[in-house]
Design a protein around this ligand. Structure first.
Ligand SMILES: N[C@@H](CCC(=O)N[C@@H](CS)C(=O)NCC(=O)O)C(=O)O
Length: 214
């Protein structure tokens, strides 16, 4: 018997793709996963999403979702057994993800690639990024998750970017005065669903056996 699944073009190390994969796993949905490399994007992906970024999800009716946040939301709107789209915190989740995507990511890229951005020093870029980390630290002071006692879409939407920030220089990150954020990140890195999102797959080629991600 053949099953068909929505098809996710993904790149293991991309934080946007990580949040999409986390959304799909928290939603307990199954998709076909096509791992890509950014240097050699498959024409099948570019045909449905010419802007050429991952993640891209193609649904069974042909609809294409080409923004990571929309993929998370779509997945969790299908099924949300752990209540990540909790109505009481949804607007706060969106506001925090806006800050993450529009401000924090800007400084993160400059901190990570300071050699390519010479207007400021790497330390200054890091300090600009830390403004958002301080907001997160404050939120995590009394709660295990960003918006309370249970996981919300904000946690899974932001965690991959904090991970990337931490991994620029782990020693520096773990020396910063953000114990709650450090604990939150550590917990996420060990979370079974996050571990599953980081499974390694060979880049997809037409004709390969289908990889079902679940
Ligand atoms: N706004 C997009 C951004 C996705 C994005 O920028 N992904 C990066 C990889 S982390 C990408 O595909 N870049 C294209 C490239 O480097 O060619 C989303 O949220 O899905």
């Amino acid at each position: 018997m053949t099953f068909s699944y929505p098809c996710l073009y993904s790149f293991r190390r991309c934080p946007y793709a990580m949040r999409a994969r986390l959304g799909l796993l928290f939603a307990e949905l199954q998709v076909e996963l096509r791992e890509i490399t950014l240097k050699n994007k498959p024409p099948q992906m570019l045909a449905i999403s010419p802007k050429g970024t991952v993640p891209v999800l193609q649904l069974l009716d042909g609809t294409v979702i080409e923004e990571s946040r929309e993929i998370m939301i779509w997945a969790l709107e299908q099924q949300d057994p752990q209540g990540l789209l909790d109505k009481k915190t949804l607007q706060q989740s969106y506001d925090l993800m806006d800050k993450n995507d529009n401000e924090f990511k800007y400084w993160l890229d400059r901190y990570k690639y300071a050699d390519r951005h010479t207007d400021m020093t790497q330390t200054e870029y890091r300090q600009r990024g830390e403004v958002f980390l301080q907001v997160l630290e404050e939120l995590l002071t009394n709660n295990p998750y960003l918006l309370g006692t249970s996981v919300t879409v904000a946690d899974i939407g932001i965690m991959p970017f904090v991970r990337q920030f931490a991994h620029v220089d782990r020693d520096v990150f773990y020396d910063l005065p953000y114990p709650n954020l450090q604990r939150w990140l550590e917990d996420w890195l060990e979370h079974p669903l996050f571990v599953r999102t980081m499974t390694k797959f060979q880049p997809w080629q037409d004709g390969d056996e289908m990889v079902v991600f679940q």
